[in-house]
Design a protein around this ligand. Structure first.
Ligand SMILES: *Cc1c(COP(=O)(O)O)cnc(C)c1O
Length: 461
């Protein structure tokens, strides 16, 4: 019998990691601290208590390398984890590449993406500390669905501020959230102070992620027993997502291989940080100096490739702490013609720092080439990926083509962060040739940056 290459590598439930990996333990220098938005002084755990539970705040600032995953969280993870690692044999064949292409498929969770890896953990710690309601924002609806699902499991109420244009254009994601029992509001609303102010200035606004974050944070800060939950960017979210990369490492051990290149899409950075950080550790400790780790983003929101590494607010109104990160400026509003997802002005401080220090690279693509890649992927591998994920597919294809050109048998793996079943209108736009390319101009980034607070030299470093 001829040995067929494996199509997928599946771990047993009892092989699911019992700990998350915290890359803060392996940084050469510590992260620059978050700053109070008013005083511009470093904030401590106490400042976050108003909107986050202590369990998550401790993880946010922890320097412990491995953090135990609570048994109750593992029990829920087992619904869809461990997730499969696929070899894209049919895509390789279509590309005639000597490279091996793998993808880690996170689309098997009930909401259809990697996001419940953190949503379940966040809902758990909030429930444990007696919180009754979680509020959050959602853009495309992925995070809102994940938190609605997770809140239901732990009997918490869930309120979602959904960016107005998505609320109107994506009714199915809203219905999904409501089906899990969440309350979904079109943001900006008139129930928060910052929402009312934005509506007064611009009654016809289509909203933005930054505006919705402001509303959700204000809501949580002004209500008892209500906390805020963020779906990306923060250290504890990245920590929860490392279950992806830890499983992936085990799967490569089974294969007897190690990736040469890891790529993934970056919105706030959580899925890609989670996928790559357990491998990045090998690079940090000098074990795998040649490992390439590549973030992929849209040219319409080119945070890592064109933004600056500096302190900025996480939201539009300037209510959140200032984070040191790559940013386009918190006044960035995504262009209306951009269907390709990944629209946040900033990025995870951890991923930003490791990019700044040269451990990770970044590339950006136009949206049409991204959908072209996702279509080829659907027609070879079968899975219809989210527009966000499609960026990673584009990069993997280009890297595999480069391997063909150089006749290199590299091992490429990308994070397949979720399915695109609720994003078919974007695919339709692409197929009917109504999709247009857009690149966010540097002058606009410069203008946005003029509005940022200047942080004293000592802290800025
Ligand atoms: C939210 C989302 C992303 C982007 O968020 P990150 O925090 O960068 O991971 C990517 N892919 C899918 C499917 C998503 O839902």
């Amino acid at each position: 019998m001829i040995d067929m290459p494996k199509t997928k590598i599946v771990l047993d439930e009892n092989e699911m990691p019992k700990k998350w990996y915290n890359i803060q333990a392996d940084l050469k220098t510590p992260l620059d601290p978050p700053l109070n938005p008013q005083t511009k002084q470093p904030i401590g755990p106490d400042d976050l208590k108003q909107i986050f539970p202590m369990g998550l705040i401790k993880q946010e600032v922890s320097n412990e390398r491995y953090i135990q995953i609570p048994e109750k969280v593992r029990e829920i993870y087992r619904l869809w984890r461990p997730t499969p690692l696929y070899r894209a044999l049919k895509l390789e064949k279509a590309l005639k590449t000597p490279a091996k292409i793998y993808y880690k498929w996170e689309g098997v969770s009930p909401p259809g993406s990697h996001k419940p890896n953190s949503a379940v953990a966040q809902a758990y710690y909030n429930m444990k500390e007696g919180i009754e309601q979680l509020v959050t924002e959602t853009g495309a609806g992925q995070w809102g669905s994940a938190l609605s699902f997770a809140s239901r499991i732990f009997n918490l109420k869930c309120r979602v501020y959904m960016v107005k244009c998505s609320y109107e254009q994506k009714p199915y994601r809203r219905i999904l959230m409501e089906n899990w029992g969440a309350e979904v509001l079109s943001s900006p609303t008139n129930i928060t102070k910052c929402g009312r102010e934005i509506l007064k200035k611009n009654p016809k606004t289509s909203g933005s992620l930054g505006i919705s974050i402001s509303e959700a944070v204000e809501d949580a800060a002004t209500h008892e027993n209500t906390n805020y939950a963020l779906g990306s960017v923060l250290n504890h979210v990245v920590l929860h997502q490392t279950i992806i990369g830890l499983e992936l490492k085990k799967q490569f051990e089974i294969l007897g291989e190690y990736p040469d290149i890891i790529c993934g899409c970056v919105g706030g950075g959580s899925n890609f940080a989670g996928t790559s950080f357990p491998f990045l550790r090998d690079k940090l400790i000098g074990k795998k100096p040649n490992l390439k780790i590549i973030s992929v983003e849209p040219l319409a929101c080119p945070t890592l490739t064109k933004g600056e590494y500096r302190y900025d607010f996480g939201d539009t109104a300037g209510l959140t702490p200032l984070l040191k990160m790559y940013t386009l400026g918190h006044s960035y509003v995504p262009p209306a013609i951009h269907a390709g997802g990944l629209r946040y002005h900033g990025d995870s401080p951890l991923l930003s720092k490791l990019t700044k220090e040269g451990y990770m690279d970044a590339i950006a693509y136009y949206q049409k080439e991204v959908f072209e890649a996702a279509t080829l992927f659907a027609r070879t591998e079968g899975f219809i990926v989210a527009p966000e994920t499609a960026h990673a597919v584009r990069a993997a294809i280009d890297l595999a083509r480069m391997c063909k050109y150089n006749n290199e048998k590299k091992v490429i793996v990308f994070g397949n962060s979720g399915h695109g079943h609720f994003d078919l209108s974007a695919y339709e736009e692409y197929h009917s040739k109504n999709m247009h390319d857009y690149s966010y101009p540097k002058v606009m980034i410069k203008n946005n940056h003029k509005k940022l607070p200047v942080i004293k030299e000592i802290i800025q470093k």
